[in-house]
Design a protein around this ligand. Structure first.
Ligand SMILES: Nc1nc2c(ncn2[C@@H]2O[C@H](COP(=O)(O)OP(=O)(O)OP(=O)(O)O)[C@@H](O)[C@H]2O)c(=O)[nH]1
Ligand SMILES: [Mg+2]
Length: 506
């Protein structure tokens, strides 16, 4: 089971000491106090779980496919869209349906696990082979390296079917989801804000800021009201409209999420899963050769596209619509020539989709600090178990000291960095440039040179830059009147000092 796999650890992983410290603490608590910490240890070692939730048809499964690098989750209404699906790392591609115990069955009835056969294209089948109501979850294993450090959970939509929404709400109210990617559209309803607020309240025992939730504005290709600019495939216009909408959502949801990133999930799914290649590039080149006016008319929508006079078969056109959407086809066919390679087109599409920026944000907020997210939960759970246990005053004092020591350890400064990053990403704190970008770089990267903006392998320059940054941020903190600016600047100053300390102790 992936739940038994340790968090990835390698020499340069700055989080590895934290992992060792927490594992030692959990082992010591067992030997010193006789508290059973086996379940806490298993949970601590499991990869970080990212739940992808949001309204029905928001593009959750499309985004999951992009994140796990394969079009495996169905993006049509099939039985699988009605159940919670876990995607974990596994050496082989396999899937199971886990059914709830029969309520009328024998007292010891356990969950029933049945194999689920993937299709020839390694996608989930349309039918589960058991009544959907009896399904607890579907489990999929995929040998995709990023899944070694995160498990992704696709969920049924929050609108349209109250029963399905209840499954998702239950998941978010439980302990299975470490962090949340909330997929939304251009309009934000009260119900969506309510769901996010509940998740935030539920997480408040772990975090005093919304560092475990991130918004995703999907279908960014459909945003922008000017029909002419949309028809012309004016991507700068669409991008600006999507950024504006994501900014507005970020302001509304500043208490619930650490920012909202715009993406075109449909294009991201194709670029991340190998769904765009030579044949698609050929078809786009053929479209690029059509006279511009005729092409603009013919790419108005999928129906007009089917009527367009050009040398791409109807099924191929439909495939192209499925892979890129009309916006992707309009932008690409209007911006390439007969010599543009498939690889160049792939890169342009990837940039257009916003997936690289979203992955970077997921890495900064969730994946790189995964050990910190896991530690925060492990310590809170340990404290709750200890509070309910009959410990001697000395035992309790020992435990409080031991938990406090981990909380105050240098690697846990990453939690303060996440708090500061959340303030910067959510607009609660705005610094003048270049401070804003310097702070984001310092707080979100792992490599010390990258964090301080100095060339790699230049040790003296690194130490000098660390001292300079620490001094600069201390000055900013001392002169700040806004408490958020003070908090961010103090955090940045401490980050720079820790880089200097690590350099000195080499
Ligand atoms: N134009 C456009 N369509 C998208 C985008 N992302 C997803 N879609 C389409 O939206 C439809 C629904 O996508 P899904 O990924 O199944 O949405 P979902 O949120 O998982 O849906 P449910 O599981 O039924 O709630 C599919 O036809 C996708 O191709 C996007 O960025 N742009
Ligand atoms: Mg879905």
């Amino acid at each position: 089971m992936a739940g038994d796999q340790p968090l990835p650890r390698h020499a340069e992983d700055p989080m590895s000491t934290l992992v060792t410290d927490v594992e030692r603490l959990l082992a010591d608590v067992h030997t010193e106090l006789g508290i059973d910490t086996a379940a806490l240890r298993t949970r601590f070692r499991a990869p970080l779980t990212i739940a992808v939730a949001g309204r029905t048809n928001a593009g959750k499964s499309t985004l999951v496919n992009a994140l796990i690098g394969h079009r495996i989750a169905p993006t049509r209404a099939t039985e699988c869209t009605r159940v919670i699906t876990w995607f974990r790392y596994g050496a082989q591609e396999t899937a199971w349906v886990v059914c709830r115990p029969d309520p009328g069955g024998p007292m010891d009835s356990r969950q029933i696990v049945r194999p689920l056969w993937l299709t020839e294209e390694k996608t989930l089948p349309d039918e589960l082979g058991v009544p959907v109501d009896s399904v607890e979850r579907v489990e999929v294993r995929r040998s995709y390296e990023p899944l070694l450090s995160v498990t992704v959970i696709d969920t049924p939509g929050l609108f349209g079917d109250e029963g399905l929404a209840a499954h998702t709400e239950r998941l978010l109210a439980g302990e299975d989801a470490d962090v949340l990617l909330f997929v939304c559209g251009r309009a934000m309803t009260d119900y969506e804000v309510q769901v996010l607020t509940k998740f935030r309240n539920h997480s408040s025992r772990l975090y005093d800021f919304p560092g475990n939730a991130l918004g995703v504005l999907n279908r960014a290709d459909l945003i922008g009201n000017d029909p002419d600019r949309r028809r012309r495939g004016d991507h700068d216009y669409i991008r600006a409209a999507a950024n504006e909408c994501a900014g507005a959502h970020t302001r509304v949801l500043a208490d619930q999420v650490s920012g909202v990133c715009p993406v075109i999930g449909k294009i991201a799914e194709s670029t991340e899963s190998g769904g765009f290649g030579d044949p698609h590039a050929d078809w786009l080149r053929t479209l690029a050769a059509v006279a511009p006016e005729q092409r603009t008319e013919g790419l108005f929508d999928a129906d007009e596209f089917a009527e367009l006079d050009c040398d791409v078969s109807i099924p191929d056109r439909m495939t192209l619509v499925d892979r890129l959407g009309m916006h992707g086809i309009r932008v690409m066919s209007g911006s390439i020539d007969q010599n543009t390679s498939a690889a160049t087109m792939h890169d342009s599409l990837r940039a257009m989709s916003g997936i690289a920026a979203l992955r970077e944000r997921i890495a900064a907020m969730f994946v790189r600090p995964a050990a910190v997210h896991k530690t925060v939960r492990a310590l809170a759970d340990l404290k709750a178990i200890a509070d309910a246990s009959p410990l001697t005053p000395t035992g309790r004092e020992w435990l409080d000291d031991a938990i406090g020591a981990v909380r105050r350890s240098a690697p846990m400064h990453t939690l303060a960095e996440l708090r500061a990053l959340t303030a910067l990403y959510s607009g609660r704190c705005t610094l003048p440039e270049p401070d804003q970008q310097n702070a984001i770089r310092l707080l979100s990267h792992t490599d010390p040179s990258a964090r301080l903006g100095v060339p790699p392998a230049s040790a003296p320059a690194l130490a000098a830059a660390a001292v300079k940054a620490a001094n600069w941020w201390t000055r900013v903190a001392n002169s700040a009147t806004d408490p958020q600016v003070k908090m961010v600047a103090n955090t940045a100053a401490w980050s720079a000092e820790l880089i200097y300390d690590a350099w000195r102790q080499r």
